[in-house]
Design a protein around this ligand. Structure first.
Ligand SMILES: Cc1ncc(COP(=O)(O)OP(=O)(O)O)c(N)n1
Ligand code: TZP
Ligand code: MG
Length: 590
C-alpha cells in the first residue's frame, strides 16, 4: 500500500491519532521522516503538511506554526520554503480564508458572497478570481474565464505573503485551474481545504462543464478536508444517479467520501421528499443528519457559496469540522429567515443579506432617518411607578406621549421582570416606528438590542459608552447623562450622539441626584460637541426658562413627571410642546 492510500484512509489516520495520544514527539518525528522518505507525489506531501500542522497544533495547543512547530517541520522538511519561524507573540493571527472562486456581478453568490460571509463571521477573506460572470437575479448573461497565468499570479500573491488558514474553492472553470491551485497548495500548504464543487448556478446555468468532473474526483477531492455538493452536483459527480431520499443522500455521501475527501456534506435543500432542509454530513465513520427549517423565500441565491465560506471561516477560527458545519448551517438559516422578504432584482432568485441588517431599512422595520438634534425637542421618559399609579400600560403611556407631540421616547423601567419589559419594549418599538419617533431604552443595552430599539441612554455609572457603542454598532443612538463639561467631552469622544444634562431643577423622580441648575446646564452646553437635552424637574412652569437660555447645543427638554405623573398624558405633552414652540420662536443662540 502506498503512503497516499494509507493516509487517505481513516483507519490509519486514527492510528496516527493514537500515536499522538501516546505523545512521544520523537516517535511521530520518526514517523514523519519515514513518510517523507517514501513519497514524492504532490498529494502525499500536502497530506504530510496536514498531518504536521495537526500534530503541531495538538502538541502546542495553538493554531498555525509556532516556533516549535516550524522548527519541527524544518527538521523533517528542510527544503520547505514556505515555513517561517515566528515568535510566540506573533502567533495570535487574524483568521484568514482565501476564496478561489468566480465573481458574481449581482453579488449574491461567488466571491462577493464569500467576502460577505467571512466578514459576517469575523474572518479576513482574500480572493483569487477565476472567472468574471455577468449575473443578476434573472440568470447568468456572460462568463469570462480568467487566464491561467492570472489565477496563478493571484494565488502566489496571496499565499506567499498572507498566512492563509483555509482555502475555499468555488467556481473552478478549467482542469488547468484545478492543477494550478493544487500546485500552489503544495508550495504553500494551508490548514484546510474546503471544496464547494460549483457546477451549476442557482438559475440553472452551467459554470463548470462535465469534462472537469474527473479532475474534481481524482485530483481535487483527495486533497479536500470537506466537499459540499448540492443534490445536482452530487448526482453529476456520481454519474447522474437519482437522489430522492435521505437514504440516497447517505449512500451518495459515502460514495463521494470514497473519492478521498476527509468529510462530505451533501446538501439536501432541493430534496422534494422532505419538508425540512436536510443535509447529510459524513466523516468516513459516522453520518449526521443536519436539519433546519425550509425557509419560504425567493432569496436563496448564494446559499451554497455562503455555507462553504462560513465552514471555512469557522475552521480558520479553530473549530472542529462538525461544529463548523453546524454553525454554518445555522448561520445560513438565520440569514435566509432574516432577509426572506428583501426585494432586490426582478428575477425569480434574489440574493440575501449576510449582515442581517439590510432587512431593517429595506422593509421599513427600522427608522429610516438618522438621528437629528431636533429629535431631542420634547423628550418623554417613561416611569414604571407612575404608570402603575395611573393604571396605564407602557404602551398606552408611549402612545399618549406621541399623540401629544413627543419627538423622542425613552423607556425608563427601573422595576419589573426582564421578559415582560422586553415584550412591552417590542410593542413600543412598533408604535414608535409607525410614527417615525426614535425609541431609546434606559440603561438596558440587552433590551435595546433584543427589541431593536433605536438607541440606549446610559448614565455615568452605567455601561461605559465605548462598550455600548461596540455592542450596538454604528447606527444606534447613544445618549449619556453629564453634569460637567468634562463628562460631555468624554461622551462625545467615546461615541455618544447626545448628552442628557441635569438635574437642572430639584426632582422627586430620581433620588439623590445632584442639581446643576441653569448655570451648570449652560456650561455643559457650551463645552459639548454633541446636542444636549435638559432634564430634571422641568415642567410647564419652567420649561420656557430653560429654552430661553438660548445656549448653543441645547435642543430640548426631557420630562418624566410633567407628562407621565398626570391623568392625561397626551394633553400635558401637547401643552408642553406648545410652550416649547413659543420659546424657540425668534431664538437667538449664545
Ligand atoms: C435624556 C436623559 N438624560 C438623563 C437621564 C439619566 O440617566 P442616568 O444618569 O443613567 O440615570 P437613570 O435614568 O438611569 O436613573 C435619562 N434617563 N435620560
Ligand atoms: C432621570 C433623571 N436624570 C436626571 S434628573 C432625572 C429625573 C427627571 O424626572 P422629572 O422630569 O420627573 O423631574
Ligand atoms: Mg442609568
Amino acid at each position: 500500500m502506498t503512503v497516499k492510500d494509507t493516509l487517505g484512509r481513516h483507519d490509519d489516520w486514527r492510528c496516527f491519532e493514537a500515536l499522538l495520544t501516546i505523545s512521544p514527539a520523537l516517535l511521530i518525528y520518526q514517523y514523519m521522516g519515514f513518510l517523507l522518505s517514501s513519497t514524492t507525489s504532490t498529494s502525499t506531501s500536502i497530506i504530510h503538511h496536514k498531518i504536521c500542522t495537526t500534530f503541531i497544533s495538538k502538541q502546542t495547543g495553538r493554531q498555525g506554526f509556532d516556533q516549535f512547530g516550524a522548527l519541527t517541520l524544518k527538521a523533517i522538511m528542510p527544503e520547505e520554503k514556505s515555513l517561517t519561524i515566528t515568535n510566540d507573540s506573533n502567533n495570535k493571527k487574524t483568521p484568514h480564508v482565501l476564496t478561489v472562486a468566480g465573481s458574481d456581478s449581482g453579488a449574491g453568490a461567488g466571491v462577493q458572497a464569500d467576502l460577505k460571509a467571512c466578514a459576517a463571521r469575523g474572518v479576513y477573506c482574500s480572493t483569487v478570481i477565476t472567472a468574471v460572470t455577468a449575473q443578476n437575479t434573472l440568470g447568468v448573461q456572460d462568463v469570462s474565464i480568467l487566464s491561467e497565468e492570472s489565477v496563478a499570479a493571484q494565488l502566489k500573491s496571496v499565499l506567499s505573503d498572507m498566512r492563509v488558514d483555509v482555502v475555499k474553492t468555488g467556481m473552478l472553470p478549467s482542469i488547468a485551474m484545478v492543477k494550478i491551485l493544487l500546485d500552489s497548495l503544495k508550495q504553500y500548504p494551508v490548514q484546510a481545504l474546503v471544496v464547494d464543487p460549483v457546477m451549476v448556478s442557482t438559475s440553472g446555468d452551467v459554470l463548470a462543464g462535465p469534462s472537469i468532473l474527473d479532475t474534481f474526483r481524482k485530483d481535487l477531492f483527495p486533497m479536500a478536508d470537506i466537499v459540499t455538493p448540492n443534490l445536482k452536483e452530487t448526482s453529476a459527480l456520481l454519474g447522474g444517479i437519482q437522489l430522492e431520499t435521505i437514504s440516497d443522500m447517505r449512500s451518495a455521501a459515502k460514495s463521494l467520501h470514497d473519492m478521498g475527501p476527509r468529510n462530505v456534506l451533501v446538501k439536501g435543500g432541493d430534496l422534494p421528499s422532505s419538508s425540512d432542509a436536510v443535509d447529510i454530513f459524513f466523516n468516513g465513520k459516522d453520518f449526521y443528519e443536519l436539519r433546519s427549517s425550509r425557509i419560504q423565500t425567493r432569496n436563496t441565491h448564494g446559499t451554497g457559496c455562503t455555507l462553504a465560506s462560513c465552514i471555512a471561516a469557522e475552521l480558520a477560527k479553530g473549530s472542529s469540522m462538525l461544529s463548523a458545519v453546524k454553525v454554518a448551517k445555522r448561520y445560513v438559516e438565520s440569514v435566509l429567515e432574516y432577509s426572506k422578504s428583501i426585494n432586490i432584482g426582478n428575477g425569480s432568485q434574489g440574493p440575501f443579506d449576510h449582515g442581517l441588517k439590510l432587512k431593517r431599512s429595506v422593509c421599513n422595520s427600522s427608522r429610516m432617518q438618522v438621528f437629528e438634534p431636533s429629535d431631542l425637542f420634547l423628550y418623554a421618559v417613561t416611569d414604571s411607578n407612575m404608570n402603575k399609579k395611573w393604571g396605564r400600560s407602557i404602551t398606552d403611556a408611549v402612545k399618549a406621549a406621541i399623540e401629544g407631540g413627543a419627538t423622542i421616547v425613552q423607556l425608563r423601567e427601573k422595576e419589573g421582570e426582564t421578559g415582560e419589559f422586553l415584550e412591552s419594549a417590542k410593542a413600543c418599538v412598533e408604535i414608535c416606528r409607525l410614527h417615525n419617533i426614535p425609541l431609546v431604552i434606559n440603561d438596558r443595552v440587552d433590551i435595546a438590542l433584543a427589541c431593536d430599539a433605536d438607541g440606549v441612554h446610559v448614565g455615568q455609572s452605567d455601561m461605559p459608552v465605548a462598550t455600548v457603542r461596540a455592542l450596538v454598532g454604528p447606527d444606534k443612538i447613544i445618549g449619556v447623562s453629564c453634569k460637567t463639561p468634562e463628562q460631555a467631552l468624554k461622551a462625545w469622544a467615546d461615541g455618544a450622539d447626545y448628552v442628557g444634562s441635569g438635574g437642572v431643577f430639584p426632582t422627586n423622580t430620581k433620588a439623590n441626584n445632584r442639581t446643576i441648575g441653569l448655570d451648570g446646564l449652560r456650561d455643559v452646553c457650551l463645552a459639548s460637541k454633541i446636542p444636549v437635552v435638559a432634564i430634571g424637574g422641568i415642567n410647564l412652569g419652567n420649561a420656557k426658562e430653560v429654552m430661553e437660555l438660548g445656549v448653543v447645543n441645547l435642543e430640548g427638554v426631557a420630562v418624566v413627571s410633567a407628562v407621565f405623573d398626570r391623568e392625561c398624558v397626551a394633553a400635558e405633552t401637547r401643552k408642553l410642546y406648545g410652550l416649547l414652540k413659543e420659546s424657540v420662536v425668534g431664538k437667538v443662540m449664545v
